[in-house]
Write a protein that binds this ligand. Structure first.
Ligand SMILES: C[S@@+](CC[C@H](N)C(=O)[O-])C[C@H]1O[C@@H](n2cnc3c(N)ncnc32)[C@H](O)[C@@H]1O
Length: 282
């Protein structure tokens, strides 16, 4: 109940507690991280303190690289690769693809994409998230081009203007104009999209809007602040209906629209979609 009230008042994510996760002793989720494993416990401690980490990996010695957000959010070691990226790679082999990752956060999905894809561009609207991504992937021996970009603003000329695959996880429901955003990015996407997002609850209440001739319905949600590393960069967001998303994608040439997961999460309904252009070779 308290969480619901906080959510109404300040947006979908409550303020974090400042406690740290245990430093070591993790049995699950160990990864081969040679550049982390060569650090002494003291150096790793310093690395974990110099940036505001809010998610973590575990090395082969069972030590934490990063931190949790709270003891109930990003409180477990993260998987690399995430199963949704494994599924994406089965549908669209990434080895000859340039992937554009929206909302790279702390580079955990960026790392998986960099292991699999020919080229990765990763963007986030928070410079500290871009910095954490660069440090994370650098210490994993991987590389990606990372930029600070608020994706609700025009695409800066310094960024690539087209890519093969759009990786879009956990960001759409933080945007104030998600349809206009997709209308900007989908025509630049040559092959496929992995979209994982909350969608409007069936019960509404719904408002309606029009973006470049496309009419759609949405539920309005309050977003939390710039300080929240997960949140959007505006004070409210539109959660759109999955049917409207499918119609939008089809209109922009993505005829294959596979809703691979439908999840009822703490904050509301969520889907994982693989959308593929009809002219994309299998
Ligand atoms: C909920 S987190 C998801 C992180 C990651 N993609 C994942 O799935 O674990 C949302 C991320 O999107 C970023 N973000 C939110 N709104 C943005 C915007 N308008 N422009 C760029 N990044 C944004 C946040 O800074 C944060 O890193």
């Amino acid at each position: 109940m308290l969480k619901k009230i906080v959510k109404k008042l300040i947006g979908i994510d409550a303020a974090p507690d400042v406690s740290s996760a245990p430093k070591s002793g993790y049995e699950e989720g160990r990864l081969e991280l040679p550049k982390i494993e060569m650090l002494s416990d003291d150096e790793l401690d310093r690395l974990n303190s110099i940036l505001p980490w809010c998610a973590f990996l575990v090395d082969r010695k069972g030590r934490r690289f990063g931190n949790w957000y709270t003891d109930s959010k990003r409180s477990e070691p993260q998987a690399v690769p995430d199963h949704r990226i494994v599924e994406l790679n089965k549908r669209i082999p990434l080895s000859d693809c340039h992937v554009m990752e929206i909302g790279c956060y702390e580079g955990i999905h960026t790392a998986a994409l960099a292991q699999l894809a020919k080229q990765v561009t990763a963007v986030d609207g928070r410079i500290e998230n871009v910095a954490k991504t660069l440090v994370r992937i650098g210490l994993m021996g991987l590389s990606a081009d990372c930029y600070c970009w608020d994706v609700e603003q025009a695409l800066p000329p310094a960024l690539p203007q087209e890519w093969d695959v759009l990786h879009h996880m956990g960001v759409l429901y933080h945007l104030s104009s998600p349809i206009a955003h997709l209308q900007e990015l989908l025509p630049r996407t040559r092959k496929a999209v992995l979209l994982d997002t909350h969608v409007a609850p069936e019960a509404g209440p719904f408002l309606s809007s029009l973006s470049d001739g496309f009419s759609y319905e949405y539920c309005d949600f309050k977003e939390s602040s710039r300080e929240n590393p997960f949140a959007g960069l505006t004070d409210h967001a539109q959660w759109v209906r999955v049917g409207d998303l499918q119609r939008l994608f089809a209109g922009l040439g993505f005829d294959r629209f596979e809703v691979a997961e439908q999840r009822d999460e703490r904050n509301g309904p969520r889907v994982c979609v693989y959308a593929i252009r009809s002219d994309c070779p299998q």
